[in-house]
Write a protein that binds this ligand. Sequence first.
Ligand code: TXA
Ligand code: MG
Length: 322
Amino acid sequence: MKSSEIDQAVAILKCGGLVAFPTETVYGLGADASSAGALRKLYAAKGRPAEHPVIVHLADVAQLPLWAREVTPIARKLARKFWPGPLTLVMLRAPGVSDAVTGGQDTIGLRVPAHPVAHALLEKFGGGIAAPSANRFGRVSATTAQHVRQEFGAAVDLVLDGGQSEVGIESTIVDATGARPVLLRPGGIAARAIEQAAGASLGAPQAEAPRVPGSLAAHYAPATPLQLLEDDLLLELAATLTRQGKRIAVLARSAQRPLLTGLTWIAAPRDPREYAHDLYSNLRELDAEECEVILVERPPQLPEWAAINDRLGRAATGSRRL
Ligand code: TXA
Ligand code: MG
């Protein structure tokens, strides 16, 4: 990435424009977090309801006091262990942080990303960059610059291309306001690793839990209906539907592609990290086939698959509602 491109991105942000940038989780759609006008533009581009908070990205932990009024011992430990990295910490917001960022709540989501382009941008910009995942509300997140352009076209002023996102799914979100960490969204960092670093077991989400649209039952959805199935049922259904002349897309875990006509078949990686890395681009590729349905072979119900199972479950629910 040329430094002139970063300079251009900074200039756009300072004028209230939108810049999409790579992070190690997924691409973010960035706006100046201290500008009400820029945030309005961001929400409009994303089609996101105003009461949904966005994550503010920072260059480093030194900027934390500008955005959070209290850094709890849990927050300190988790930030020290996982920043820069795929972790978002929810903290009490500092005075002066606008309602447009927090969705009117008293808390703020903060993250120091590890991607070199994100870091260069944040450092040169100097302030906080509000950035939701660079997809239209409810849709599949973008893990390449090309996906971002497909989602937004001219609605985004500049897309910084930093290659394919390494983690592939969104950050782990932890509410770090209390004595125990509370997992709000599973992600790149496993629950067990959070507990170990915090030196405390996970607390239960409170009834008054912060609102997390990424945790709406319907989210991360392709336009094609998506169904999650065990492998034997998947093969049976694929055989039945293709026999009826329907075109079917499959995200399988087995490389054994059955000999059926009308089948688009992707054999996903066996390893959960690689599976997550490829997940959204695989879903986009299958969605683009415009088949009757996307059948996804249900991954194992194991901790290392938790974030993937979370996203697939919501994608299934989301696609049915559309
Ligand atoms: O990996 C990621 O987290 C990516 C990259 C770009 O950083 N961002 C991302 O943003 O996934 P978004 O807007 O798609 O999801 C952010 C989630 C939302 O579910 C939002 O509700 C939650 O973070 N969030 C933000 N601020 C919060 C707060 N104060 N309390 C609770 N949840 C919050
Ligand atoms: Mg999102």
